[in-house]
Design a protein around this ligand. Structure first.
Ligand code: NAD
Length: 340
């Protein structure tokens, strides 16, 4: 049984807590949040399904990360802290010998990503950045369609995510709304689709992006065309929706002989429209993306992983991609991605 210490018990801390509860072979034995009132507040975010527990019998409670690390007695540190704390806490937990799962985005700079990778290289534990879309049932199916070649080659793809600016933790003053902390919509929300583009098609040669920046400096909309040979891949992301608009994501992948259409707001979120035959709604994996990602991390730790889905280097590449998109939007130029 692997013992898990979760640090940062806001929206995603609760989401991970629920996923760990369902994972056979692991249990949360410690929780840390600098604001202990969070433990009594069942918080919602942009996804349904957060755990609403407010009583934690048998779980050690900390309000200080360093004190929790020193106390020990667990195997895994699960980091669901605000983004600026990802680099330092990952490095500390890795250096202390723990397996570390950390929420996306990995960090806001490549320098920080590289320091995290260097710490992981020296450490005995496993390290994973929770790019959850790679484990999301609809995207798992789309990846299988691409890899199998069932409907031929991909000609085009379009990926989008639209939401109001995050307001679940704020009272009007959220860290998400400070570009220097969250990276704005580009690093916080678009990282999901950037990582999916990276996962499905590899890194593009170029990016051409345009952004809308609010008067207070927060980037709240970005559109990108990715430069690939023989296929057209685009994405749009927004935090500019009114608060009445509920979060939604869409993906369309156009093959030679079919199109796969994902719409998170639809009753059946994935439909395949083949060139021949009737549209169909494929049977998808039952586990949510968050549950499947936790199970994948456990399989890395237990040495039972079946196929490689995500590495810390992949997460770093996706940060490289969003850095290039931000540079393209800022300079109004096409940016060529440096090969590593
Ligand atoms: N994968 C996804 O779908 C997804 C969705 C939302 C957010 N996220 C990511 O998850 C991370 C957390 O986001 P969130 O929405 O849960 O934020 P949040 O603000 O709701 O929660 C953060 C928690 O960390 C606590 N905290 C802050 N500083 C601390 C410290 N020094 N020590 C201990 N606790 C501290 C806060 O009190 C709060 O409870 C972010 O990096 C965000 O980008 C991922």
């Amino acid at each position: 049984m692997k013992k898990v210490a979760t640090v940062g018990f806001g929206f995603m801390g609760r989401m991970h807590f629920g996923a760990w509860k369902k994972a056979r072979g692991a249990k949360v034995t410690a929780i840390c949040d600098s604001n202990l009132a969070q433990l009594k507040t069942a918080k919602a975010g942009n996804q349904a399904g957060t755990d609403t527990t407010t009583d934690f019998p048998g779980i050690e409670i900390f309000d200080d990360f360093d004190a929790m690390i020193q106390s020990g007695g667990f195997d895994i540190v699960d980091i669901t802290l605000p983004t600026p704390l990802h680099p330092s806490t990952c490095q500390k937990a890795l250096a202390a010998g723990y397996h570390v799962l950390c929420e996306k985005p990995m960090a806001l700079t490549l320098k920080e990503c590289d320091a995290m990778l260097a710490a992981a290289k020296k450490a005995p534990g496993q390290f994973l950045i929770a790019q959850c879309l790679r484990f999301w049932p609809e995207y798992v199916y789309i990846k299988q369609l691409i890899d199998s070649g069932r409907f031929g080659q991909v000609k085009a793809g379009d990926f989008s995510r639209f939401a109001a600016a995050p307001g679940w933790n704020n009272n009007g003053n959220s860290w998400f709304l400070d570009e220097s902390k969250s990276g704005g919509v580009v690093f916080d929300l678009h990282i999901h689709d950037a990582d999916m583009v990276n996962y499905l098609f590899g890194m593009p040669e170029t990016v051409s992006s345009r952004a809308h920046v609010r008067a207070d400096g927060l980037t709240d909309h970005l559109s990108t065309i990715y430069g690939f040979a023989n296929k057209v891949i685009t994405s749009n992301v927004s935090w500019a929706m009114p608060a009445t608009y509920l979060f939604g994501s869409e993906a369309k992948v156009v093959f030679d002989d079919a199109v796969a259409v994902m719409n998170s707001k639809a009753k059946q979120p994935l439909t395949i429209y083949p060139a021949k035959g009737k549209p169909f709604e494929p049977k998808l994996q039952k586990a949510t993306g968050y549950e499947a990602e936790v199970l994948y991390f456990l399989s890395l730790i237990n040495g039972t992983v079946k196929s490689q889905i995500l590495t810390p280097d992949d997460a770093r590449s996706s940060i490289q991609l969003v850095c290039a998109e931000r540079r393209s939007a800022t300079t109004n130029r096409i940016v060529t991605l440096a090969k590593r």
